[in-house]
Design a protein around this ligand. Structure first.
Ligand SMILES: Cc1ncc(COP(=O)(O)O)c(C=O)c1O
Length: 369
């Protein structure tokens, strides 16, 4: 019975053209889909550190509050130093971080103001929290300001939550303006810098990109699974926020800690980023890609991040299939991940790409577009 019901629902998904399935990437494919912007997941020093970390065992065996607290403090010290904050706390994924931080800190009688294009994990964190939520138009500081002016008096704490770099568009949140509004209304600014860390501000992230300093009313979140090349997530900010989360954040407390070898790999990845060359190389590649993508008419203005949304609307899936047939791995992104009418191939570039790769990508797209 239940099987039949699910079959019918899957049919509806298929009929709406929204069916998803798992596909193995395979070897030797030109990959424009990965978030491994700095190629650190395959960096020999990171791999060596991971191997060395296996001395602790293959798994962490428990939550951080039980048997799982092994080498994690070293990673947290490294992240806090890197992000220039008092302290940091590591979770088992970026998703778990957003859900766990937002649901713990934002309570009944609080108001969350969340950008319309924030990541699903922020949306789910907001839903799990007991706070009221208002959505402001994407990067629209005037809309945000009006919403706050109309509502702030009714609430205890105000939280403004935004991606630092938006995952599907690659654009950067107007953090200078958001910080000003945060200060004016005595609010707290939560920035999910999943795609800014390792990329912007010499790798330090979007705050640094705007020359903003960490402060008591800013909480930075990040993931270890993108430019860091590993797995996990983190939050950083003032001592009291971290202490409070250790005591109340359910996805931190009730979940097994990251495996220690993953932790070692992430520590090494931060060390490599701090040396600077790899971030400069990425920025150089973004410049090269900008030129080629502009020349081919796929973008109009220069990108600052490695994420390029090529909006092909209803042609998206056909183009993605054509690219895969030609050994180029690109993923078509559809509703509900992005709004209807903005279906796209999300191109993400990395330090391993060559000029010829960008040219080949454009050439192959043009065969069907
Ligand atoms: C903006 C943003 N936040 C959070 C996440 C979740 O991170 P993770 O993949 O580490 O769970 C992602 C990744 O998809 C993301 O793009």
């Amino acid at each position: 019975m239940f099987r039949e019901k699910l079959k019918r629902e899957i049919e509806v998904i298929k009929n709406n053209g929204l069916y998803r399935f798992l596909r193995e990437k395979g070897d030797n494919i030109l990959d424009f889909s990965s978030n491994d912007y700095l190629c650190l997941s395959k960096h020999p020093e990171v791999i060596e550190a991971v191997k060395e970390g296996l001395k602790y065992g293959a798994g962490s065996t428990g939550s951080r509050l039980t048997s799982g607290n092994i080498n994690h403090q070293r990673l947290e010290d490294k992240i806090a130093e890197f992000k220039e904050t008092e302290r940091s706390l590591v979770y088992s994924s970026g998703y778990a971080t957003n859900v766990g931080v937002i649901s713990a800190l934002c309570k009944k009688e609080d108001l969350i103001l969340s950008d319309k294009l924030n990541h699903a994990s922020i949306i789910d964190g907001c839903r799990l929290s007991k706070a009221d939520v208002l959505i402001y138009n994407h990067c629209d500081v005037n809309h945000l300001y009006n919403l706050i002016e109309e509502n702030w008096k009714k609430y205890n704490n105000l939280f403004i939550i935004t991606d630092g770099v938006f995952s599907m568009d690659g654009d950067i949140a107007p953090l200078k303006d958001l910080k000003k509004i945060t200060d004016e209304f005595n609010a707290i600014l939560i920035i999910d810098d999943a795609h800014g860390t390792g990329v912007l501000g010499n790798g330090k992230g979007s705050l640094k990109h705007f020359n903003l300093k960490p402060s008591d009313n800013i909480i930075q979140i990040g993931t270890l699974s993108k430019a860091i090349g590993g797995l996990g997530g983190f939050v950083c900010g003032i001592e009291e926020v971290i202490e409070y989360l250790i005591n109340t954040s359910r996805s931190f407390i009730f979940s097994t800690a990251l495996p220690p070898h993953v932790v070692e790999g992430c520590i090494k990845a931060f060390e490599i980023i701090e040396r600077g060359e790899v971030v400069k190389k990425l920025q150089k590649n973004i410049k090269i890609a900008n030129e080629i993508f502009k020349k081919n008419g796929f973008i109009k203005k220069d990108n600052l991040t490695p994420i390029y949304p090529f909006i092909f609307k209803e042609k998206t899936m056909e183009i993605a299939e054509h690219l895969i047939k030609n050994n180029i791995f690109c993923v078509g992104i559809r509703y509900p991940t992005v709004p209807k009418g903005s279906e796209r191939i999300r191109i993400s570039i990395n330090v391993g790409h060559k000029k010829e790769d960008f040219k080949l990508l454009c050439e192959k797209i043009k065969e069907v577009y």
